[in-house]
Design a binder for this molecule. Structure first.
Ligand SMILES: [Fe+2]
Ligand SMILES: [Fe+2]
Length: 361
């Protein structure tokens, strides 16, 4: 059946059609006459086959879009589980991708009853054996007495994200190594400092995300050494007082290098660069901060940096034996280092030594 035209459009067609026929007859523009006639005809009958065809197509497009939302026709996996945990429905993509799923717990380790009662939307992700990652949107419904799970392939997004993180990590390590190669540190020092800092952060109760941030940022603690002249930095013997004053400026130089960025990693790194030589008793540099006025990032990296420097061999020195390192930390507990952090280091020494084994020079 042809779709009815609106009254307004029909009147408009009759007027334009009459105008075209009049003009066409007057100037002998014969082509205008049949067009005018067709417009008047469709206007008077309220029906036009061309409009009908066009509207049918938009209607079909709308229906197609709507159909995609229906579980059966959804091109992404959709599951429905009833409150007894059992799978009640899985569409074709769901069956193909997750052939082994028969109960809700095969997908998600959650209590189905609670999810149904909450009637909220939950999100989680799932990695398949082939490495592809699916985001799952889970919606409990009291009315349905069950749960609907919509899956979406987010492998590409995850890969892109990972790529960004890896690039960031490599740049950060490269920057850290620039700082270290300017000084006398060598090998995997920055990598170990990163791992020690993360472990210490986790032990203090800092959450995983923030600990990861500290891990990423701590390799840059000595980046300010790029601004120290070779004559001071590479001097083989002991530094004079004046030279040491110059050396100390690496903390501030590092801070100013990184401070302008609003990226969390670089902001964290700027704090670490600035405060990794502060001491608990206020005798450190550059700001002589005392106790908890020193940012926790600075206190953590201070321990990680010294613990590694003592434990690794350098061209100019042997690695210290473990008992000597432990004695030093006990002595410096509360003077150089945060006493609480020293306790955590000593209580969990085995974990720190494992990291040392993993990254030998
Ligand atoms: Fe330093
Ligand atoms: Fe260092």
């Amino acid at each position: 059946m042809l779709i009815n035209l609106s009254k307004k459009e029909s009147n408009f067609r009759v007027i334009i059609g009459t105008l075209l026929i009049t003009t066409g007859t007057h100037f002998l523009w014969f082509l205008l006459i049949p067009i005018g006639w067709m417009l008047i005809h469709t206007g008077l009958t309220y029906k036009c086959p061309i409009t009908h065809l066009l509207q049918r197509q938009t209607q079909a497009a709308k229906e197609h879009l709507f159909v995609n939302f229906l579980p059966k026709y959804n091109p992404q996996p959709v599951f429905i589980f009833k409150s007894d945990n059992k799978l009640a429905f899985a569409n074709k993509p769901a069956k193909n991708l997750f052939p082994d799923v028969t109960i809700f717990q095969d997908l998600v380790e959650e209590d189905i009853q609670i999810l149904i009662k909450q009637e909220r939307i939950h999100h989680c992700s799932l990695t398949l054996k082939d490495g592809s990652v699916y985001s799952l949107v889970i919606r409990g419904s009291i009315e349905l007495d069950g749960i609907v799970v919509y899956g979406a392939d987010i492998t590409e997004i995850v890969e892109l994200n990972q790529e960004i993180i890896e690039t960031q990590k490599e740049i950060v390590y490269a920057m850290g190594e620039i700082g270290e190669t300017r000084s006398k540190e060598t090998g995997d020092h920055v990598r170990r400092v990163a791992e020690y800092s993360e472990l210490l952060a986790l032990l203090t109760g800092i959450d995983k995300t923030e600990a990861e941030l500290i891990k990423l940022a701590s390799p840059m603690h000595d980046i300010g050494k790029v601004g120290i002249p070779d004559a001071v930095l590479k001097k083989p013997g002991k530094l004079t007082n004046d030279e040491f004053e110059i050396m100390k400026t690496h903390a501030e130089i590092g801070f100013h290098l990184l401070n302008h960025s609003s990226r969390p990693v670089l902001k964290t790194a700027s704090i670490i660069a600035y405060q990794h030589h502060e001491k608990w008793n206020g005798s450190g540099y550059p700001q002589q901060l005392v106790g908890e006025n020193i940012h926790i990032y600075g206190r953590i990296t201070a321990i990680a940096d010294v613990f590694d420097a003592l434990g690794s061999a350098r061209v100019y020195k042997e690695a210290w034996p473990l008992d000597k390192i432990v004695t030093l930390f006990k002595e410096q507990r509360g003077s150089h280092f945060d006493p609480g952090l020293v306790d955590l280091l000593l209580e969990n020494l085995a974990k720190f030594l494992k990291i040392r084994e993993r990254y030998p020079n």
